[in-house]
Design a protein around this ligand. Sequence first.
Ligand SMILES: NC(=O)C1=CN([C@@H]2O[C@H](COP(=O)(O)OP(=O)(O)OC[C@H]3O[C@@H](n4cnc5c(N)ncnc54)[C@H](O)[C@@H]3O)[C@@H](O)[C@H]2O)C=CC1
Ligand SMILES: CC(C)CC(=O)C(=O)O
Ligand SMILES: [Mg+2]
Length: 357
Amino acid sequence: MKIAVLPGDGIGPEIVAQAVKVLNALGPKFDLETAPVGGAAYDISGHPLPPATLDLAKSADAILFGAVGDWKYDSLARELRPEQAILGLRKHLELFANLRPAICYDELTAASSLKPEIVGGLDILIIRELNGDIYFGQPRGIRTSELPLFKGAREGFDMMHYSEPEVERIGRVAFEAARLRSKKVCSVDKANVLETSQLWREVMIRVGKDYPDVELSHMYVDNAAMQLVKAPKAFDVVVTGNLFGDILSDEAAMLTGSIGMLPSASLDKNNKGLYEPSHGSAPDIAGKGVANPLATILSTAMMLRYSLGMPAEADRIEAAVQSVLTQGLRTADIHTAGSQMVSTIQMGDAVVAALSK
Ligand SMILES: NC(=O)C1=CN([C@@H]2O[C@H](COP(=O)(O)OP(=O)(O)OC[C@H]3O[C@@H](n4cnc5c(N)ncnc54)[C@H](O)[C@@H]3O)[C@@H](O)[C@H]2O)C=CC1
Ligand SMILES: CC(C)CC(=O)C(=O)O
Ligand SMILES: [Mg+2]
């Protein structure tokens, strides 16, 4: 099975190296092919998603992705920014369904910024639409305003956009996922203000009729942001658009102790997928050996389960992560009194060691 390995920038190479170590220790032989992406690719070839990297991603059975981006590329033209690489991969490969499970391991309740009774036992699934919304809408740009009040001033504009089929397909992913869980879907929108959200809600209600066994509720995104920290365990599956899902999943990360714990799967309609941690390239800690590799390692478990048909191996990785946490090993972001601080590499080694137990 061919896996495209795209480490990217910042902490990307450090955390992906740990996930690769874990994959190689599993037993089955994977054909791992590495290619530059993001700023690393721009430095070599002048483009964040060179054709060879895209071709590799297309030809692979699954993609393991680190993260892209660095402040040093902030002044580049938008189409050359490292972030265009991950946006481009999602779009070219039609990876429209982004699954971000937020699970608070019992050992990490103290690492969360919320009270243990709020987050203890948390297990929710955020499903974020990944191919549409304001991230991809047209028109967009920066121009000179023609509005009487601001005439002559520069103005920025981005189109929020969703078509019915796009909402329907992500809705179905959410309802199907809920069937395997607690049979509850909360659709998050801003239908009190935005037409895009009004359509989103109408479609969710229509699609929901095909899933009478699943309870559908709706929540405005501002309230959802509040409820996520007030009573997160009231949610099961949350389905939302690209922008709201991006923001809410970072918020949900802190319920689990750290964004370094939040894996993700980005799937197409055939469950071919790209697997990456939900966080970015963390330039503030890059190269220091302190990044938490567990979100990336847990993303490889999702890859084995969703794209490679190897659920037993996925279970083994998740059990190994559970084991290192039970042993008290913690990277700096999840370190609390009484636990043992380890580096990125030591955490990766500990997961590998736990695999064989
Ligand atoms: N999929 C991707 O490649 C993404 C790329 N980005 C890019 O990453 C760069 C940095 O963005 P930020 O907004 O700072 O978000 P970020 O997620 O990279 O970092 C936010 C905070 O979380 C910490 N953090 C993130 N991952 C961690 C880990 N594994 N272990 C410990 N601490 C961790 C960072 O040190 C930082 O304090 C930007 O260029 C941004 O565009 C951001 C999100 C996703
Ligand atoms: C380039 C961004 C859209 C990436 C991001 O923040 C994410 O996917 O969570
Ligand atoms: Mg994000």
